[in-house]
Design a protein around this ligand. Sequence first.
Ligand code: SAM
Length: 228
Amino acid sequence: MNVADDKAIVKDYFNSTGFDRWKRIYGNGEVNKVQLDIRYGHQQTVDTVIGWLKADGNLPELSICDAGCGVGSLSIPLAEAGAKVYGSDISEKMVEEAKDRAQQTLGNGENLTFAVQDLETLSGSYHTVICLDVLIHYPQEKADEMISHLCSMAQSRIILSFAPKTCALSLLKKIGSFFPGASKATRAYLHREADVVKILESRGFHVQRQSMTKTRFYFSRLLEASLK
Ligand code: SAM
């Protein structure tokens, strides 16, 4: 499968069965045990990022790009905390849902904008660029290009999460639970931390804070890297 296929498949998945599945996981309603575990794991990743940014004490001064924002799980609380947030996603359905959720939480807040866009076509310049749980959908070579592009938009800092290759065995054992049955329409790629750090460093970014979320079915390594 080539990379263009990967992207088309991912887009299609998050506009169909993937949308239904992830909208539920990233919500409050009833879900099965595996989905509940993934919901908790993902929330930990989101909470860690929010905790880092709030601890810095300057959120209202920041412009943030949330690339691959999904249903707005991170964009919405960051905007609520006063940041100027631009969230975008390749899936129209995810963006529609993000807009609905933002409307319910924030009304017509002016500091949050959502758009349908492939992250590789994003442009502009933001204090902080964030990309959570998106790289899992792409092989390393493509992930490198994506990280590089995201770095080019970051004035100061980039925050990324990915499924680390060190957890490969346990993840592979459980991979069927990520995309089970009929919705097994995309594959999950693992990335070596050294490869991710290498590409960040080649763009002048150095890792400042890091975290790992690991539940039974959810693995996510989180890195914050800043320009020196
Ligand atoms: N970042 C969100 C979060 O953590 O709540 C969503 C994570 S979800 C597992 C992955 C998201 O990445 C999906 O909404 C999908 O549509 C989006 N995505 C995948 N490839 C993308 C691309 N090339 N450009 C923008 N979004 C993409």
